[in-house]
Design a protein around this ligand. Structure first.
Ligand SMILES: Cc1ncc(COP(=O)(O)O)c(C=O)c1O
Length: 420
């Protein structure tokens, strides 16, 4: 009734600082049947952790601060300026002059799907190199589009694939797209890239490369290595929060994707719209397509600024130095590295064979509990075979390698042997 409402209003004024009383009274009057969840009435808690797994990695304060700046409209001219800066930063990080260079509003998977959905039409064939989970994942995506062909290493499922084998597979099957992961984070493998783009070009096939786990940590040259589509993620060596994913298409890729007979299956990932949203299509006006993650783009811009200031070559050098230091330390602990060939080891994510007689889950839980440090087990096919340590970007320091080694030594000493 009117009187009741008045008295509630009166109480609200009087007890404005007494939230629980207010909530109880409000609820008795409420039309909602699902109450506000009690967990949300408590403050947010996110512990400080050493993120020494395969990502996300710890984010430098400067990038966090950029992401925490007040929001501006996603279609404001200042935002377009920031998006243009991001584009330039990605061109530098990818070593490309491609105009069609943008960031996805989404994680690495968004870029993966964007690449496949735009480059492939239903029924076309896609060749996927598999040496860990990421080839498997792209195969799963490509399978929804067309005919799928898988290519494995002849020697070992986690090994790099010989250029000759790629040549014969591309020549024989004539796929429209060949996918290869540069930094296979589930195996800890950094795949050689030279010459593969030329093989694809010769057979009129687009070369798609995933650098989510390797960009900034290991050399990649999109233009020089004739890579037609390249993507990465924000949360690894780039050191931005997860949720944005740079991607670039060269002229060959644009020719193919903008001359399709069918529309891409995804509206959100349709490059016809995204290229306009990012001002890459030469049209004077940018139209609304979706609301981009403004804070995520602020943070991404800052992380690309750090990479530009540091310099790509210095970033590659440091990842190599620190990963080499970590690997020597691991061998000194008696641990066996999963990728035997030194030159094929991914500098951002190091994989260790599970030490004989230990339960890897128990070791990881011990390390998290006693050292507040994340290391992880394998992923997909490498589960139960490896443990993974990632020292990327901001975390790529010898002092962090020492901490990781101490935590592992402690776990080896204290985690009881369950087998052997
Ligand atoms: C090599 C590689 N590709 C793709 C992805 C998927 O990225 P996201 O988890 O950001 O979707 C990852 C994530 O770990 C990765 O390491």
């Amino acid at each position: 009734s009117q009187g009741q409402t008045k008295s509630i209003n009166h109480l609200q004024t009087d007890f404005s600082r007494n939230a629980p009383v207010l909530q109880r009274l409000d609820r008795s009057m409420s039309s909602v049947t699902v109450p506000p969840p009690a967990c949300l009435l408590r403050p947010l808690e996110a512990p400080l952790r050493y993120l020494f797994g395969p990502g996300p990695s710890n984010v430098p304060p400067r990038v966090l601060a950029a992401g925490g700046r007040p929001i501006i409209g996603h279609l404001h001219p200042e935002m377009y300026g920031i998006m243009n800066d991001i584009k330039k930063g990605i061109q530098y990080a990818f070593q490309t002059e491609n105009k069609m260079t943008i960031s996805m509003s989404g994680s690495g998977h968004a870029a993966m799907e964007c690449a496949v959905f735009n480059a492939v039409e239903p029924g076309e064939s896609v060749l996927v190199a598999v040496n860990g989970i990421w080839g498997e994942r792209v195969a799963e995506i490509a399978e929804r589009m067309g005919e799928l062909l898988l290519l494995f290493s002849k020697e070992d499922p986690y090994d790099s694939i010989e250029s000759n084998d790629i040549f014969f597979a591309v020549e024989k099957h004539k796929p429209v797209l060949f996918f290869l992961t540069h930094g296979e984070s589930s195996a800890g493998l950094c795949h050689p890239m030279d010459g593969i783009g030329d093989i694809c070009r010769k057979h009129n096939c687009l070369f798609l490369v995933d650098t989510v786990a390797s960009l900034g940590a290991a050399p990649i040259y999109m233009d020089k290595q004739s890579i037609d589509i390249l993507y990465t993620g924000s949360q690894k060596a780039l050191n931005a929060p997860p949720g944005t994913a740079p991607i670039s298409f060269n002229e060959r890729a644009c020719q193919k994707m903008f001359n399709r007979k069918t529309k891409p299956v995804s509206y959100l990932f349709d490059m016809t719209h995204l290229s306009n949203y990012w001002g890459c299509d030469g049209k004077p006006a940018r139209a609304y397509h979706h609301t981009g993650p403004v804070s995520g783009f602020f943070a991404l811009r800052e992380s690309l600024a750090i990479l530009a200031e540091t310099g790509l070559e210095e970033s590659w050098r440091k990842h190599k130095e620190v990963s080499g230091y970590l690997q020597r330390g691991l061998e000194d602990l008696g641990l066996k590295l999963f990728i035997p060939e030194r030159d094929l080891r991914l500098p951002s994510v190091t994989t260790i064979a599970i030490p004989e007689g230990y339960d890897w889950r128990e070791m990881l839980v011990y390390i998290m509990k006693n050292h507040q440090m994340e290391m992880t087990g394998g992923l997909g096919p490498s589960i139960g075979m490896v443990m993974r340590i990632g020292l990327m970007g901001y975390n790529c320091e010898k002092t962090n390698a020492d901490m990781a080694l101490q935590a592992l030594a402690d776990a080896l000493k204290n985690c009881k042997k369950t087998r052997g």
